[in-house]
Design a protein around this ligand. Structure first.
Ligand code: GTQ
Length: 362
């Protein structure tokens, strides 16, 4: 007569062999008490990433085959999730730095991943989105919504670097990817240049044709307008957790401009120290201006202009601006998806700010 233990061992082996499994042994790891993302808090220094991006400019081209010349951020906690993990900065979001050199073109394609871009450096290049040339300048925020043709062309004289964020890991998990090339290298321009900026040039005013929901009517949000909004906002009281922050929204609907990808620009006045909180959604930060540090789950992440770091789901975080100038932090997140699925919640830190237990080194 065999014992229960012996029978179980043999039973598990038979289950496994038939591609079945016992829930009672895995429930604790698949239904955790709190969010336990694969992504870990991490930070990449601009000097290093920019040098790699520039070096890629000597090695590959964005012609067909290369498609897009991007060095992406690979979160060490996600890297084992091959193949979807290679491009994960958080569990749901991909981000990278794209280089386009003067005279270069990147081919037209479309996919049902959504993309947003934040222009880090340079000018003179434009992206063509569904027939509209959209010029890109430092500090601008652009959207490339799922399903729209897009290609990039650089007519200017200095290399352009921008930050891309896409919902690649999310769509991979959903098994919902489609991708196709436009039949020609670049799509034809069918609209006046900066068409969407001409249609949406003042906040709160919507062309009458967009009275009913309009898909992605505004392709670019210029830095000048974002900066003015934050300078006005920062004459008022600061939010305890985010100081002064504005979201990029679709002006026809008020929903996130990037549909599945939320994005905001946040101003931390010189010396400002926010309170800590945590939330279900994950976030990726790109430091546009200034210097300081963020405390993420007790660890100090020191940052300055150009650095990229992430806040995984449910990690405590607070931000401190230490430079003489105000800091401007651009960030993207998966909040729209968490909200759509009714999964979002947030919590203030019980004692306001965290105890610092260490400093991050890569
Ligand atoms: O510029 O279209 O970083 O298709 C990744 C995939 C950028 C783009 C990325 C893309 C693009």
């Amino acid at each position: 007569m065999s014992t229960i233990e012996e029978r179980l061992t043999e039973y598990y082996a038979r289950l496994r062999a038939r591609n079945l499994g016992p829930l009672w042994n895995s429930i604790g790891s698949i239904m955790t008490k709190e969010p336990k993302p694969h992504a870990v808090p991490y930070l990449w220094k601009w000097d290093e990433v920019a040098a790699f991006a520039m070096e890629s400019g000597e090695l590959v081209t964005p012609e067909r085959g290369g498609e897009r010349r991007v060095v992406f951020f690979s979160n060490p906690g996600c890297a084992h999730l091959e193949p979807s993990g290679w491009g994960s900065l958080t569990d749901t979001l991909y981000a990278g730095i794209q280089l386009l050199k003067p005279g270069e073109k990147a081919p037209s394609h479309r996919h049902n991943q959504s993309a947003i871009r934040f222009i880090v450096q340079g000018q003179g290049a434009y992206t063509i989105v569904e027939g509209e040339r959209v010029y890109m300048e430092e500090g601008d925020f652009l959207i490339t919504p799922a399903g729209l043709w897009h290609d990039h062309v650089h007519d200017g004289s200095e290399p352009m670097l921008w930050f891309d964020c896409l919902d690649i890991p999310m769509l991979y998990k959903l098994g919902a990817m489609f991708f196709e090339h436009y039949p020609e290298f670049n799509q034809p321009v069918t609209r006046p240049d900066n068409y969407s900026t001409l249609r949406y040039s003042a906040a709160g005013l919507r062309p009458i044709q967009d009275r009913h929901d309009h898909y992605a009517p505004q392709a670019v949000f210029k830095w000048r307008a974002t900066k003015a909004a934050l300078d006005n906002l920062s004459t008022l009281d600061a939010d305890p957790f985010d100081a002064y922050a504005v979201e990029y929204v679709n002006p026809a609907t008020g929903q996130a401009a990037g549909n599945t990808i939320g994005a905001m620009m946040q101003k931390l006045p010189s010396g400002h120290h926010t309170n800590a909180h945590r939330h279900v959604h994950s976030a990726i930060y790109h430091v546009f201006r200034g210097e300081g540090y963020s405390v993420i789950d007790g660890v100090k992440f020191e940052w300055k202009q150009g650095d990229t770091f992430c806040i995984p789901n449910w990690a405590w975080h607070e931000h401190v601006s230490t430079g003489a100038e105000d800091a401007f932090l651009f960030s993207t997140n998966d909040l729209p998806v968490m909200e759509a699925l009714h999964l979002e919640r947030a919590e203030a830190h019980p004692v306001g700010q965290q105890e610092v237990t260490g400093t991050f080194t890569a």
